[in-house]
Design a protein around this ligand. Structure first.
Ligand code: NDP
Length: 446
């Protein structure tokens, strides 16, 4: 990194103390921008980098609610409206006890560039709360969502800011949030949230889109080396929305997916993960991955508290959470014959692990490109809402596939153009940044 970039980066760190995940995300983007800043001095003249690192608006609010025992509980809600140069802020809501401003800002910052890469007119934002939906009754989750939306509603809108799901926020939570928005505003404004149910404004393929998209991106990477998913041994982490649909798509393309995990442990199923059983346990019953092993029988092993990355694989799809795959895990995977990694989750690989994969010449698809299929299909949901239309599964999946192929092509072409062929991290960061920076230049100092 040159002196000017370092100075700007250090100033971002100084102004946002203690936000380690945000610092990590900023650092990764800055490292990729060295060749771009040399070619485009106009960005520095307009302080684009400094402006892009400063959210346009940050909202932090109290979320009081009453639990089933009648006790008042307090959580903290967040919405960071990061950048609207390309369109209304767009990005999910995360409900997890680890949520604090630094996590919301890392996710929002990544979202700016990811959304730009989709080619759709959407800006970047993210939000959530330090609320843990696990172990809560439906009634408690509903009361929490209603309280959360009672503050959030004044900040969002189909032309302003359009939240969606993320960890801990799925169809159930989006339903309660949308219901409360509709009640407060007295408007059936479908385009204000995405990830809605199919019967009330949702889009087919949206539930599958992030996991499917990550696999489609990985398939495009594999093609560049004359390979495909067919016959690969795949390790997947997580067992939520992204993981389950990544497993389904990888299997449909002929891979053998042998793992799934949650925060309690992981399973190894040498016969290939039974996706329908996994869906039943995780999505319908809201159970734990240990129950998968109990119900699937003797061929499956369950490892409590271990790392899923101890399992040999030729393709790794980290689909759980940030910094779940470190340098030690990377070394183990590389030794087991790894050929590709695609990040279904946001920033699941540490900076050290990412560097090791790149140095080893492994195909590496960073989250902001590989998992962009989810937000892209959210934008397709917004299109359907705006035209009061509902597309077929086939048509929507075709659109998703085209988008993922285009993202792969433009990341690869940008990496090539800037002298780093095959480096999808650089390609995604430079391409995404350039699209946003050019719009910001055109819109003036705002
Ligand atoms: P879900 O809540 O559906 O599933 C999350 C999964 O990850 C669960 O299996 C969960 O296990 C596991 N997990 C969460 N936190 C941890 C942790 N600290 N340690 C170990 N495991 C953990 O979330 P999604 O599948 O929607 O999201 C997964 C990732 O994908 C996130 O990084 C998210 O930002 C990213 N993403 C999601 C998109 C979407 O469309 N949903 C779009 C783009 C990216 P447990 O139940 O034990 O917590």
């Amino acid at each position: 990194m040159d002196a000017q970039l370092l100075e700007i980066r250090d100033e971002v760190f100084r102004r946002n103390p203690g936000e380690t995940e945000f610092h990590q995300a900023v650092n990764e983007v800055f490292e990729s921008l060295v060749p771009l800043s040399a070619r485009h001095p106009e960005y520095a003249d307009a302080a684009i980098l400094q402006r892009i690192c400063e959210p346009e608006r940050q909202i932090i609010f109290r979320v009081p609610w009453v639990d089933d025992a009648g006790k008042v509980q307090i959580n903290r809600g967040f919405r960071v409206e990061f950048n609207s140069a390309l369109g209304p802020y767009k990005g999910g809501l995360r409900f997890h006890p680890s949520v604090y401003l630094g996590i919301v800002k890392f996710l929002g910052f990544e979202q700016i560039f990811k959304n730009a890469l989709t080619g759709m007119p959407i800006g970047g934002g993210k939000g959530g709360a330090d609320f843990d939906p696990r172990g809560k009754s439906d009634a408690e989750v509903m009361r929490f969502c209603q309280s959360f939306m009672t503050e959030l509603y004044r900040h969002i809108g189909e032309y302003t800011d359009v939240p969606a799901g993320d960890i801990g926020v799925g169809g159930r939570e989006i339903g309660y949030l949308f219901g409360q928005y509709k009640r407060i505003t007295n408007r059936y404004e479908s385009g204000v949230l995405t990830g809605k149910g199919i019967g009330w404004g949702g889009s087919l393929v949206r539930p599958e889109a992030t996991g499917y998209g990550a696999v489609l991106f990985a398939e495009e990477m594999l093609k560049t080396r004359g390979q495909s998913f067919d016959g690969q041994r795949v390790a997947v982490s997580g067992s939520g929305n992204v993981a389950i649909n990544a497993i389904a798509k990888a299997q449909a393309l002929g891979a053998s997916v042998v793992t799934a995990s949650d925060s309690g442990g992981y399973v190894v199923d040498e016969a290939g993960i039974d996706v329908e059983l996994l869906r039943q346990i995780k999505e319908v019953e809201r159970g734990r991955i240990s129950e998968y092993a109990e119900r699937r029988g003797a061929s499956v092993s369950y490892v409590a508290d271990g790392s899923v990355w101890d399992v040999d694989a030729t393709v790794a799809l980290p689909c759980a959470t940030q910094n779940e795959l470190n340098d030690k895990n990377a070394a183990k995977l590389l030794a087991s014959g790894l050929v590709a990694v695609a990040e279904g989750a946001n920033m699941p690989c540490t900076a050290e692990a990412t560097a090791m994969f790149q140095e080893a010449g492994i195909l590496f698809g960073p989250g902001k490109a590989a998992n962009a299929g989810g937000v892209a299909t959210s934008a397709l949901e917004m299109q359907q809402n705006a035209s009061r239309d509902a597309w077929s599964f086939e048509h929507t999946e075709e659109r998703l596939t085209d988008i993922m192929v285009n993202i792969h092509e433009s990341c690869a072409a940008t990496a090539e153009e800037y002298g780093m062929p095959g480096n999808y991290v650089a390609g995604a960061n430079i391409d995404g940044f350039k699209r946003v920076a050019d719009a910001m230049l055109a819109l003036g100092v705002i």
